[in-house]
Design a protein around this ligand. Structure first.
Ligand code: HEC
Ligand code: HEC
Length: 396
């Protein structure tokens, strides 16, 4: 969603200065020695320029050419894409630019590693999700409910001018990201069966945070869960296509990109996370309940759909239920829900909170046993070595 640490397309680029010496460009250090243009030659008869680079067989590369090395915005030059899908056939792959040397121009070449050509699209992933969750509803900002920001108990009114602003202080911080951002919303939809009737086992929760949108779809009976996110350049407020509408892929991220955000590393014990901030929003039909579904069962089924996603930390691939490690048996913290780790960079320590009913009230925590059990969970969390892609979370 908003965690910007995604694998970018142009992971590696390097430059070859016409047919003279080779200069390496802004190659990340760890790949520098393996990735360089190794040989470049001109055929004096045909004026073909041919060069080679070490490649991974089967990997797709793009080849660009420039005559000035200046960005496209400054001159008409820029980088010209010569080939956008060169699939390497051997460990030293060559590329020929036919007749390029004919007029003695100076050329620079750049090789880029392309994203895996077999990567699935957002639509293909959505269709796989729909097999488990039924057709996606239309996700709308208008349907979602604003999550209050209060200061000394007074609600801050969101206006066109202050929407998106992150205030310096407030009563209840978001656990993750900007703590007091105005205008964020959470929404909820029931699943739909193929015949159009309601499917009470399936819930979709939308989260409009920081201008973006993340969605979690979950089937409580089977545990099947999908994580969705719109692209960074798309605004959550705009009309967002369903899989049955045109241009779905233009708005929604492909599954490799969503998975790189590591949603399930935080959404760990079950698909839904609770914080006192988001739980201010109640189910309009029953204000006793939070809008974000409360699962609170250590044995609830939960698995993430899509081969791009890793299982939540501590779970076996394909497992539907959490594995409770032997040494944690009898630990009070896993009586109600599977182990839930809290990243260091969260604005609130969710495992230390006093939460109102139906949550555990952590006042009890002062009792020795609770503290001991929580420390055991924390030690277990450290042993899982969960690496969060955003490091410190979002940076907008
Ligand atoms: C670094 C931890 C972290 C990561 C990674 C993360 N989230 Fe969340 N998410 C949270 C927290 C914490 C909340 C609860 C709101 C709050 O207080 O910040 C939340 C809330 C949500 C909600 C609202 C429903 C709920 O569970 O409360 C949705 C939907 C959501 N996240 C989707 C996603 C998606 C999709 C991804 C991956 C693209 C993702 N999240 C990645 C921490 C994370
Ligand atoms: C009496 C039942 C109960 C016990 C015991 C309990 N919890 Fe919870 N806990 C909940 C409920 C309910 C929630 C909110 C909903 C959910 O996540 O399913 C929650 C939420 C949390 C969260 C916030 C993230 C999230 O998943 O929503 C953390 C972290 C957490 N508990 C840690 C602990 C720790 C650590 C202990 C032991 C000291 C503990 N819990 C013991 C019921 C319990």
């Amino acid at each position: 969603m908003q965690v910007r640490s995604l694998i970018c397309l142009a992971v590696v680029s390097l430059l070859a200065f016409s047919y003279f010496q080779i200069a390496s460009g802004d190659t990340p250090p760890e790949t520098r020695q393996d990735f360089a243009i190794t040989e470049i030659s001109i055929d004096p008869e045909s004026n073909d320029i041919t060069f080679s680079f070490p490649a991974k067989v089967g990997q797709t590369y793009a080849i660009d050419r420039s005559s000035t090395l200046r960005p496209a915005s400054l001159t008409s030059a820029g980088w010209l894409e010569m080939n956008d899908s060169l699939v390497a056939q051997s460990e030293i792959q060559s590329f020929t630019d036919p007749g390029a040397a004919a007029d003695h121009s100076k050329f620079f070449y750049r090789v880029r590693v392309k994203e895996d050509g077999s990567a699935r699209t957002a639509l293909t992933y959505a269709r796989e999700c729909e097999e488990h969750l039924g057709p996606f509803p239309k996700f709308r900002y208008e349907d979602a409910i604003e999550i209050p920001i209060t200061q000394n108990g007074e609600r801050v009114i969101v206006t066109a001018e202050n929407i998106g602003r992150n205030l310096r202080s407030g009563d209840k911080p978001a656990a993750f990201g900007a703590p007091y951002q105005l205008g964020n919303r959470v929404g909820r939809y029931h699943g739909i069966k193929a015949d159009g009737s309601t499917n009470p086992d399936v819930t979709f929760v939308t989260f409009f945070r920081d201008g973006g949108l993340g969605v979690i779809g979950h089937n409580m009976k089977t545990g099947a869960t999908c994580f969705l996110s719109i692209k960074d350049e798309i605004s959550g407020g705009q009309d967002l296509p369903t899989p049955d509408e045109p241009d779905y892929n233009r708005s929604w991220q492909p599954p490799t990109v969503v998975a790189a955000d590591g949603c399930m590393k935080c959404h760990m014990a079950d698909p839904f996370l609770h914080s006192p901030w988001i739980d201010q929003v109640r189910d309009p039909k029953n204000p006793e309940l939070t809008l974000v579904p409360l699962i609170a069962d250590f044995d609830s089924p939960y698995f993430v759909i899509g081969k791009e996603f890793s299982p939540p930390p501590g779970r076996e691939p394909g497992a539907v239920r959490a594995t409770i490690p032997k040494h944690l048996e009898g630990n009070k913290c896993i009586e109600c829900h599977a182990p839930q780790c809290v990243p260091d960079f969260f604005n609130v320590k969710l495992d230390e909170l006093k939460m109102s009913a139906p949550f555990h009230t952590m006042e009890k925590e002062t009792r020795e046993r609770w503290i001991k059990d929580r420390d055991a969970i924390r030690a277990y969390c450290r042993s899982l070595n969960i690496e969060h892609s955003g490091g410190g979370g979002e940076e907008e």
